[in-house]
Structures are given as structure tokens and as C-alpha cells.
Design a protein around this ligand. Structure first.
Ligand SMILES: Cc1ncc(COP(=O)(O)O)c(C=O)c1O
Length: 432
């Protein structure tokens, strides 16, 4: 089969057979080769048309080949894009972000989410003169060295984190402090002990990388107050939550404003663009005005900026979210009912355009420990059954929290209704 041939070719020339480790699908035990996408669908190299619930890891929130984004990029392509240069389009996008995102007084572009979170931490360390930072167990902030630590034992989440990759200097572990999400008591305890050494508190304000685990009522406000009390910088990593349920992301939705925010993914509907936005007093510490280094040949690549101007034109409109949030709520309720009807213990949690499915779980998923109870055997059987019937879910791991899924502005109710019927049939085939 062509698929197997491509695997064999890939293995000989791509390290590990892939361009990013998480593209290997651990449930299917193979790579899904994608040829193209249109609206809510992607096509694999076998010509299969798949309803896409991955949306490029959440990057294509408008859907694939979204006409306004396509047109903006094609127009620029025909003119001749020049990288490593500033343009009016960069300014225009920044002006719009400063209106949309509550914490945004200044904007700096980069290319990836990983670059954005690293830079946010660098700014925080500079302005506080401290090295340590607090993160939440399982929250994903990209793959830079500082963030590649997890507590060894998730049930003692405040234990000293261990590296989760080879090649990470062990002494970095002393700067990385980690507690369970929504565990106010553990967080307070950690801050009492370490607060005066902490440069930043960083979180995914909605923990979408574990499906969808929202903050408890008042939890984000509690982080805000703790940051103020201890003189640290509050960073919301909105790479995934940005634009997802409101034009201003989770900070608008929950009414809590961080000092610095990181954005990517939906920002340019899948083109490589990220942004670090925040208070002017912090952001002006960046070079050339201040001593915090940041530059890059591809930072704010003009093609990605063109895509982002077109995408945020849609994402800045309240009406977009009236429709999206209504469809999303309806879909998540129906999906929960489909599993209930199939008599499979599953918890569906969703907010705005992204959701998580927790297998062998009936109670709410609130904490890092809760998310880790996902039954991956059932999850894998569901995902395999779905792809055979034309529905694509991605998976990132075979233990711990489940992967994340989403809908886009291009998913219609009709497509979702068809998918619900298929998913209910698949659920009925699962055995506990
Ligand atoms: C919340 C969050 N932060 C950071 C990143 C890293 O972004 P990138 O893959 O663009 O480096 C991701 C990627 O999934 C993310 O979801």
C-alpha cells in the first residue's frame, strides 16, 4: 500500500519518520499523512475525506482554506512577500490586538508558541530579577528547556519536577515549581514558601491541552492576587485558549487580566505566527528599547501577518462568538448524550471551540490528577473506530490526560449531526 511505502521512505530520511514527534499517532500506531484541507475536512494520502476534529492542533479555528484568509495570502504572494521587514500590516494587526486583548498594550511577534512562552518568561525574569516560576502540572507551554519538567508523581504534584526530555540541564529543575491545576491549597502553600523567589506564574487559563479543564470559580482571580502580593508577573499562555470563546480569549471570558499573554494558533488560522502581548512597562524592556533580547528573521512573517489580519477580522466580531458558542454548547451536550445512550461512562467538557472527552469518567474533571484518569484503552478504541468511519481525532499520548479536540467556524450543524450519529455507533461498539 502507498501508505506503507511512504512510511518506509519517511523512516529513512525524517528523524523518527516525522517532522514533529506529536504527529505520530500513538493510538493508530502510524502517521496520518495529510494532503490538504477544505472547511471542516482533511484528506489523507489514501484519498479518504475525514471530518476534522483536530484542526491542526487547534490552529485552524476558522476551518481549512478559509476564503478571506486564502485571498489575503494570495494577494500578498502575487505582490512578492519580503521577510525580515516591517510593514503597515504589522502595525494594523497590533492595533487590532491591543483593542481585542484586555492585557495588550504592546505587541511583539514571533513564529511559534514555544518562542512566545520562552520570551514571556525571559521578560518576567528580567523585570523581577528572579529565576523561579510556577506552572501547573500538565499545562503545556511548548518544548523549550525551561518548561520540560513535570513532577515525577502526579499525585504529589508539588514535588520537585523532573525533566521529561533528554538533554535538559538538571539544575533547571530548581527554577521550575509545579502544582496541580485548581488546587488552591497546594498553590498557596507553594507561594508561602517560594513566593519571594518567583518571577512568574504561568498557566493555560483554560487547560485545553488536557481536553478542556476550566479554572474553578475565582481561581484565575486568586492567581492574579497572588502575583500582585508576591511581586511576580502573571502570564496567561493563550496559545490555545486565545480567540477560542471570545475575541479577547479566556482573559475576557473570565474577566481576569494577566500582565503578559502569549498567542498563536488561531491568531493566523494555522500560519506560523505567535505574539507576546502585555503591559507597556514590561514589553518596552524588549530590545531595541530595553535589554531583553528578541529578534528573528521570520518573526512576523508577512504571509502570516496577512493571514492574521484576515483571521482577526472575523475573530474580533462578537457575532462570530454568538454563533460559535451556541453551536459548541449544543454539540457538546449532544455528544455527552450519545455516550450516555451507548452506556459508556464518558465525560465531555467543552468551552467555545475546543473540547475534551474523558473516558471512564462520570464526574467533572477539575484537577491535573482528574485529567490523568482518562482510560486510554477506551479512548484509542473510539478514535480508531471513528477514523475508519471518516472522523479524525488526533492523540498525543497513551497515558495521562487525553488529547484535545475542536470544532471550527466551518463545521456546520448538519456535518456535526452526521458525526454524532457515527460517534454514537462507534461508542456502542466499545466495551469497558
Ligand atoms: C498552550 C500552548 N502553549 C504553547 C504551545 C507551543 O506552541 P508551538 O507548537 O507553536 O511551539 C502550545 C502548542 O500546542 C500550546 O498549546
Amino acid at each position: 500500500m502507498a501508505k506503507q511505502r511512504l512510511d518506509r521512505r519517511a523512516e529513512k530520511v525524517l528523524a523518527g519518520g516525522v517532522s514533529a514527534s506529536m504527529r505520530y499517532h500513538p493510538y493508530l500506531e502510524r502517521t496520518v499523512y495529510v494532503t490538504h484541507g477544505d472547511g471542516a475536512y482533511v484528506w489523507d494520502d489514501q484519498g479518504n475525506k475525514l471530518l476534522d476534529f483536530n484542526n491542526s492542533n487547534g490552529a485552524t479555528m476558522l476551518g481549512h482554506k478559509y476564503p478571506a484568509v486564502q485571498e489575503a495570502m494570495q494577494e500578498l504572494l502575487s505582490k512578492g512577500p519580503v521577510t525580515a521587514g516591517e510593514s503597515e500590516e504589522h502595525v494594523k494587526l497590533a492595533e487590532r490586538l491591543c483593542k481585542m486583548i484586555p492585557s495588550a498594550e504592546r505587541v511583539r511577534y514571533a513564529s511559534t508558541g514555544t518562542e512566545a512562552t520562552s520570551l514571556a518568561l525571559r521578560i518576567a525574569r528580567h523585570v523581577t530579577g528572579r529565576d523561579k516560576f510556577v506552572k501547573f502540572n500538565g499545562h503545556f507551554h511548548g518544548l523549550s528547556d525551561a518548561f520540560l519538567f513535570q513532577p515525577r508523581d502526579t499525585f504529589h504534584a508539588s514535588a520537585q519536577p523532573q525533566p521529561v526530555s533528554g538533554g535538559i540541564p538538571m539544575h533547571y529543575a530548581f527554577d521550575s515549581l509545579s502544582v496541580s491545576w485548581n488546587d488552591k491549597e497546594a498553590f498557596d502553600h507553594l507561594m508561602e514558601r517560594e513566593g519571594s523567589h518567583v518571577a512568574a506564574i504561568i498557566c493555560e487559563p483554560v487547560w485545553y491541552n488536557a481536553g478542556c479543564v476550566p479554572p474553578d470559580d475565582g481561581f484565575l482571580q486568586h492567581l492574579r492576587e497572588a502575583a500582585d502580593q508576591h511581586g511576580c508577573v502573571l502570564i496567561f499562555d493563550e496559545v490555545l485558549s486565545g480567540f477560542r470563546m471570545a475575541p479577547g480569549g479566556a482573559q475576557e471570558h473570565y474577566g481576569v487580566t494577566p500582565d503578559i499573554t502569549t498567542l498563536a494558533k488561531a491568531l493566523a488560522n494555522g500560519m506560523p505566527l505567535s505574539a507576546i502581548v502585555g503591559k507597556a512597562e514590561y514589553m518596552e524592556e524588549l530590545a531595541p528599547n530595553g535589554p531583553v533580547a528578541h529578534s528573528g528573521t521570520y518573526s512576523g512573517h508577512p504571509l502570516a501577518i496577512a493571514a492574521a489580519n484576515a483571521a482577526t477580522d472575523v475573530l474580533s466580531k462578537k457575532k462570530t462568538y454568538n454563533d460559535l458558542n451556541k453551536t459548541a454548547k449544543w454539540f457538546y451536550e449532544q455528544l455527552q448524550e450519545s455516550f450516555d445512550a451507548a452506556n459508556i461512562p464518558v465525560r465531555v467538557q467543552g468551552l467555545g471551540a475546543r473540547f475534551g472527552i474523558y473516558f471512564d469518567r462520570e464526574e467533572d474533571v477539575r484537577t491535573s490528577e482528574d485529567a490523568a484518569t482518562n482510560d486510554h484503552r477506551l479512548n484509542a478504541a473510539f478514535v480508531k473506530g471513528c477514523i475508519e468511519r471518516g472522523i479524525y481525532f488526533h492523540a498525543y499520548r497513551t497515558a495521562g490526560a487525553p488529547g484535545h479536540s475542536g470544532i471550527t467556524l466551518s463545521h456546520t450543524r448538519e456535518q456535526l449531526e452526521d458525526a454524532l450519529n457515527v460517534m454514537q455507533d462507534v461508542a456502542k461498539t466499545l466495551s469497558r
